[in-house]
Ligand binder design. Structure first.
Ligand code: XMP
Length: 525
């Protein structure tokens, strides 16, 4: 968002060279109480300068620095006089751009590696001379650029870290941002405090003050329209906006697309009334969405159909409100990397319909106050804003809703089956204690039912049945970029399965999905 930062706070910019870990770097920096934002690596120098960063971090990436089209940064960043830390590809890029020599390593290094720190370099202050780090690279630095010295080596890399203290430029070949690097946080902290001179006073509640001030400044006296989906992101976004501008300037729209979970619409609207006494305009568009989805079976086509219907309904409602200048969206950074393609591996995986689309057709300016945050940070923010715990801890739900959890054609009848089975599963998860003291629901990051387009033979009473198969999916994950299937207890699965086949008409078989992401995705479509 514009107008927020301008020197008002310590900011570290992470320039994303295409690694899926880039976002994690920004988040670790925030954990160390320094505000951090992620920008694509080819962000123009002017934009970088305007943020007045205290330091820059060049992230990892999957490419080799000399391959055509490999991610690049503006060389002008090295003349800004701010400290630069290159991580993995970021280090190789820095070495390459500053006249060092980067070559293909004879042996690639993936996973844990032993690091030997040479002397007492500033970046490793307070950490042991030998430490466990996590590597993921195929290239290495044969010769660091002029002015740099090698400050650490590892099992397979002669130059696992390099430093030029005079110009405050540093490189590490390993990933300090991942938990497997034993002293990663301490290394990042050394970069932030002594090297960049950050005081580290940023907190989530500072975010509320800064974000609301920025929203107020951007919105001016213009009218803001916010789409509420029922998920935690859009709920938190709307509460933040409601805190920033007067109610007369804000319209929250809840579009009931008929693809929601059981009781979803009622719960969200009630929570809003409770927390901020904020009226939400509920639009019943169930028939419109069902019509748009009639006969559609391809997953991406479903997303597009839902997206188009959404735009249409939203536009119609916006017109009815009167002149609207801004559209508020609860987009998070991970939504952006999965939907747009900065570079490298972040190619489009799925079209997330809440990104893009509306602004071009409606000529609305965007307000996206959460675009730098992670899901768990959004949850913390939600708590600070007083959002109901049930909504704060609610598992994420995709924009196209049950349409992508119902494989094959979306019909009212199939939606009813899925909704009922999903609700039973979720209730059981909430009612069953897990190993950590919380419920099984709390111990899983996302859980849901999927209605398959397959019928199987069953037996009920004396008769043969030929009915639907329902899959249960539950995953554990921190960032939704990778995930593992949740090891739910067998007794629990047995109970849920029995309840579903006995209660939900139209289902005679229940299966449990034991696939991780990758190679599968969390959703089935
Ligand atoms: P996948 O299935 O790609 O999901 O592993 C990762 C996370 O993204 C959610 N998801 C979506 N969210 N629109 C959304 O707003 C979508 O089209 C969409 N597809 C997947 C998914 O629920 C999971 O949390």
């Amino acid at each position: 968002m514009t107008g927020r930062r301008a020197g008002a706070r310590e900011t570290i910019l992470v320039l994303d060279c295409g690694s899926q870990l880039s976002q994690l770097i920004a988040r670790r920096v925030r954990e160390l109480n320094v505000y951090s934002e992620l920008l694509p690596c080819d962000t123009p120098l002017q934009r970088i300068e305007a943020a007045e960063p205290r330091g820059l971090i060049l992230s990892g990436g999957w490419d080799s620095v000399d391959s055509p089209g490999a991610p690049r940064v503006d060389p002008g960043i090295f003349a800004l006089g701010v400290p630069v830390l290159g991580i993995c590809y970021g280090m190789q890029l820095m070495a390459h751009m500053l006249q060092g020599r980067v070559v293909r390593a004879p042996e690639r290094e993936f996973g844990p590696s032993d690091l030997e720190v040479l002397g007492s370099p500033s970046l490793f202050r307070g950490t042991p001379a030998r430490q466990r780090v996590w590597m993921s690279h195929g290239d290495e630095i044969l010769e660091p650029p002029p002015g740099f010295t090698v400050v650490a080596r590892s099992t397979h890399s002669r130059c696992a870290s390099m430093a030029d203290d005079a110009r405050r430029r540093y490189g590490v070949l390993f990933h300090p941002e991942v938990a497997h690097t034993a002293h990663g946080l301490a290394i990042l902290d050394n970069f932030l405090r002594p090297i960049c001179g950050c005081a580290g006073t940023w907190r989530m509640d500072s975010f509320i003050g800064e974000a609301t001030a920025a929203i107020r400044e951007r919105a001016g006296s213009g009218h803001v329209i916010a789409g509420l989906s029922g998920g935690v992101d859009s709920s938190v976004m709307a509460l933040l906006i409601a805190r920033a501008i007067p109610p007369s300037q804000l319209t929250c729209l809840f579009i009931d697309n008929g693809l929601l979970r059981e009781r979803e619409a009622d719960e969200v609207i009630a929570a809003f009334a409770r927390v901020y006494r904020l009226g939400v305009r509920r639009v019943d568009a169930r028939a419109r969405f069902l019509a748009a989805l009639a006969g559609v079976t391809d997953p991406e086509e479903k997303r597009r159909a839902v997206g188009r219907a959404f735009v249409e309904v939203f536009e119609r409602e916006a017109r009815a409100i009167g002149p609207v200048e801004f559209l508020a969206q609860g987009t998070l950074y991970p939504d952006l990397i999965e939907s747009t393609s900065f570079r490298g591996p972040s190619a489009v995986i799925k079209t997330h319909h809440n990104v893009g689309g509306l602004p071009e057709t409606m000529k609305l300016k965007l307000i996206e106050p959460l675009r730098e945050l992670f899901k768990d940070e959004v949850r913390r923010l939600g708590r600070e804003l007083g959002l109901d715990e049930a909504l704060v801890t609610r598992h994420p739900f995709p924009g196209p809703g049950l349409a992508v959890r119902l494989l094959g054609e979306v019909t009212e009848e199939r939606l009813a089956i899925l909704r009922q089975a999903d609700d039973l599963f979720i209730r059981e998860l909430k009612d069953t204690p897990g190993a950590s003291g919380g419920s099984l629901y709390d111990e899983t990051a996302q859980a849901f039912a999927v209605l398959l387009p397959v019928k199987t033979v069953g037996v009920m009473g004396d008769g043969r049945t030929y009915e639907n198969v329902l899959a249960l999916r539950a995953v554990t994950t921190d960032d939704f970029m990778t995930a593992d299937w949740a090891r739910l207890p067998h007794d629990f699965l047995a109970r849920v399965s029995a309840r579903i086949v006995n209660t939900v008409r139209g289902v005679n078989r229940v299966v449990y999905d034991v696939s991780s992401k990758p190679p599968s995705t969390i959703e089935w479509e």
